[in-house]
Ligand binder design. Structure first.
Ligand SMILES: Nc1ncnc2c1ncn2[C@@H]1O[C@H](COP(=O)(O)OP(=O)(O)OP(=O)(O)O)[C@@H](O)[C@H]1O
Ligand SMILES: [Mg+2]
Length: 221
């Protein structure tokens, strides 16, 4: 997946973009995969998290919350194993710019009908902003309650609607906020804990998607 770009996007605020971006980046950092994390959200959530004690493990981090972020991504990503871009939770040309250079787009979506409707807006924006270049995209169900009827229902509804989902959810776990108090992710605090395992499974799914895509690019398909 070397040089690959993952953009985390959703027009719905609070869906879990920053949490997913930081957790994936720190996971790959601790696996020596040489990730770069870009905070393209003017709220500066990642930058502020990294100012806390554990500094997200000292990961390489860039702040660029304007639409020229695509140039930064193009320039910097070839030197990294993977670049992860966190975007604002509202309709913005920053998000469109970060989508335009992504290999994989991950769209976190909470398991509720209101959130699903906004997620569909995200996908429409994504597709209308693209000219010739279509990244792979997957939704990720977040803040789910394990085994709940609503999670199963939303998963089935998305799959029926042609919105592909990662097999792994990000269930509701207090470990994310607790780790955040120290500027860390659960992988730094409890590497064998359940939240770290969820993130590892999501990372493995992303790696498979990126390697399939790179193989296609290599043969010009
Ligand atoms: N799987 C989860 N379990 C428990 N809490 C979670 C989970 N995912 C996210 N949260 C919490 O939900 C809140 C919103 O998450 P986050 O900041 O990652 O969303 P966001 O999409 O980046 O928001 P914004 O659109 O404002 O940038 C945070 O308090 C975070 O700790
Ligand atoms: Mg955020």
């Amino acid at each position: 997946m070397s040089g690959s770009v993952i953009t985390i996007a959703s027009l719905k605020g609070g869906s879990g973009k920053t949490t997913l971006a930081t957790c994936l980046a720190v996971h790959w950092h601790l696996k020596w995969r040489n990730p770069l994390l870009i905070d393209a959200d003017p709220q500066r959530s990642i930058i502020r998290l990294a100012e806390r004690e554990r500094a997200l493990g000292g990961i390489d981090l860039i702040e660029q919350a304007d639409k020229s972020v695509w140039e930064t991504i193009k320039q910097r990503s070839p030197s990294y194993g993977v670049t992860i871009v966190d975007t604002p939770g509202f309709d913005s040309d920053i998000t469109v710019a970060a989508l335009a250079v992504a290999d994989l787009v991950l769209i976190p979506v909470k398991a509720s009908p209101l959130d699903v409707d906004r997620m569909m807006d995200t996908v429409k924006t994504l597709m209308s902003g693209m000219k010739g270049w279509t990244p792979a995209f997957r939704c990720v169900l977040t803040q789910t309650t394990r085994g709940s009827v609503i999670s199963r229902h939303i998963r089935a509804e998305l799959e029926d609607g042609g919105f592909p989902l990662l097999a792994t959810d990000m269930p509701n776990r207090v470990a994310y906020a607790e780790a955040g108090l120290y500027g860390a992710t659960p992988t730094q605090i409890a590497p064998d804990g359940p939240a770290a395992r969820d993130i590892a499974d999501i990372a493995t799914e992303a790696e498979v998607l990126l390697s399939t895509r790179n193989a296609r690019k290599a043969v010009g398909a």
